[in-house]
Each structure stands twice: as structure tokens, then as C-alpha cells.
Design a protein around this ligand. Structure first.
Ligand code: NI
Length: 255
């Protein structure tokens, strides 16, 4: 069975066929999905999805690009929700210097606040870091994130950065990008990282693997990612499925 550690099924891209698609995932070999909040709105919809589908767990948090209007009262609301049984992580949180809005200092402020929220709640973190490698790592070291634990979602940096995060005890989220021909850097990271620290993710509806690049993604495309990792690791796809399933359960501390 396959564990999708990061998807956004609350996204409007699924409005027309969400239930049909989600109820078919089991037959496609998908055993569990973590739906990840990116704003206050999507966090609310994430919580609803965890109530509707037994195999969906939730992460709650506010993405760096969405934190411009955030207020402390909303962090307190997130904290209250975090104690629900199927809420397994704080995320996605971090820094995004690709879109570069809101102001970097504002992004950093709410990143740190949500790291503390993870500490307060005892939940692992899902990190979003785009074009902000150094600042993300500096903050995570200063905040001693190794004590919190979690995953670097859609890992997009090189082997040097991978080593830093692996040393902090983090998992690396690997998705559709690993199937792209030009993804040399990520392929090197997958070869380098120990198998017990990799988890599968889609970031649905984004980042479809080849040959569906550019189309709407869903968890049922994950066998393509499994095959790409199997090839890089010289292992059988079944073994990759089994190991990443166990890794995901450890990451999100599922019993
Ligand atoms: Ni995401």
C-alpha cells in the first residue's frame, strides 16, 4: 500500500469529482493520505475531509505565501484544532522566496510562530521551502527543529542541504519531480539519502509525474514515483512501497 504524505484535495481543482476520485483511491493501492492545510480556509476544509474519509489524515497550518493577514487569534484556533485525533502535523509552513510575498520578515515571523505551535502541540512539522534554503535552515537550526521533527516537503535542494536536514532527523518528501528527465539534482538526493528517510508525496493537484506533467495530479499517480525511486535505488517497487509506508507512519507518529 502507498502512503501519500502530502496532498491538497480541498483544492477547487477537485470540486467536480472529489468524492468519486477519493473513493477510488483504495483500489489504486493508496492506503493513506495526509491532506495539508495551506491557509485558514483550506485548514477548515482539511478537517472536514478527515471526518468524511477514514484514510485521510490532516495537517493544519498556514503557507508562507498566505500568512500576510495572519493574527495570533488564528494561531490559537489552530492550536485548539490540533488536538483532534486525525490531525497529525503542523503544516505546511516555511519560507517562499520564489513568489516572495508577503515581506520576508513577515514570512519569518509566522514561520517561527508556527514552529512554536508545533512545540506547544507536540506535532511534527511539514516544511515548505522554496528559493530560501539558507534562511530556512538558519531558522530551523536556531529553533532547534531537530527536537520537533517532520518532513521537508517537495525537497528541491541538493545533496549538501539534504545532509543538513537528514542530520536533524528530518524526512525528505519525494514526488512527481523525481520522474522528470531534467531533475538531475533531485535524483542525486534520492540516491544519496538512506531509504528509511524518504516518504512519498504528490502535492496534488500540482506536480504530476511524467508522462502526465502539467495535468492535474492525484495519489493514484504515485506508482510512477515509486518506480522512479526503485530504479535509482536498485530495489523492487514493492520494497519502496513498504518502506515508505512505514516511514510515513513514523513521521506522523501513527499507532
Ligand atoms: Ni503543498
Amino acid at each position: 500500500m502507498i502512503f501519500d504524505t502530502h496532498a491538497h484535495y480541498d483544492d477547487a481543482a477537485f470540486d467536480e469529482d472529489r468524492d468519486l476520485l477519493l473513493t477510488a483511491l483504495g483500489q489504486a493501492g493508496i492506503g493513506a493520505v495526509v491532506n495539508v492545510g495551506a491557509s485558514m480556509e483550506s485548514t477548515k476544509r482539511t478537517i472536514e475531509l478527515t471526518r468524511q474519509y477514514s484514510f485521510i489524515y490532516g495537517a493544519i497550518g498556514v503557507h508562507p505565501s498566505e500568512c500576510g493577514q495572519l493574527e495570533e487569534s488564528q494561531i490559537q484556533w489552530l492550536k485548539q484544532q490540533s488536538f483532534q485525533e486525525k490531525i497529525v502535523a503542523i503544516g505546511e509552513i516555511g519560507l517562499d522566496y520564489y513568489w516572495d510575498e508577503p515581506d520576508r520578515e513577515i514570512q519569518k515571523k509566522w514561520f517561527c510562530r508556527q514552529l512554536n505551535l508545533a512545540r506547544e502541540t507536540g506535532l511534527p512539522i511539514i516544511i515548505h521551502s522554496r528559493d530560501g534554503a539558507k534562511d530556512t535552515l538558519d531558522i530551523m537550526k536556531a529553533e532547534k527543529c531537530g527536537e520537533i521533527g517532520g518532513v521537508i516537503h517537495c525537497f528541491s535542494y541538493g545533496v549538501e542541504m539534504a545532509r543538513e536536514y537528514l542530520n536533524m532527523g528530518f524526512y525528505l518528501g519525494i514526488g512527481g519531480v523525481v520522474t522528470f528527465q531534467n531533475a538531475k539534482r533531485l535524483k542525486e538526493v534520492v540516491e544519496y539519502a538512506p531509504m528509511n528517510r524518504l516518504v512519498l508525496e504528490t502535492d496534488s493537484p500540482y506536480l504530476s509525474p511524467a508522462p502526465y506533467r502539467g495535468k492535474r495530479n492525484s495519489s493514484s499517480n504515485l506508482p510512477l514515483v515509486v518506480n522512479a525511486i526503485a530504479q535509482l535505488k536498485g530495489m523492487e517497487p514493492e520494497a519502496i512501497e513498504g518502506i515508505t509506508w512505514e516511514n510515513a507512519r513514523k513521521l506522523y507518529r501513527l499507532k
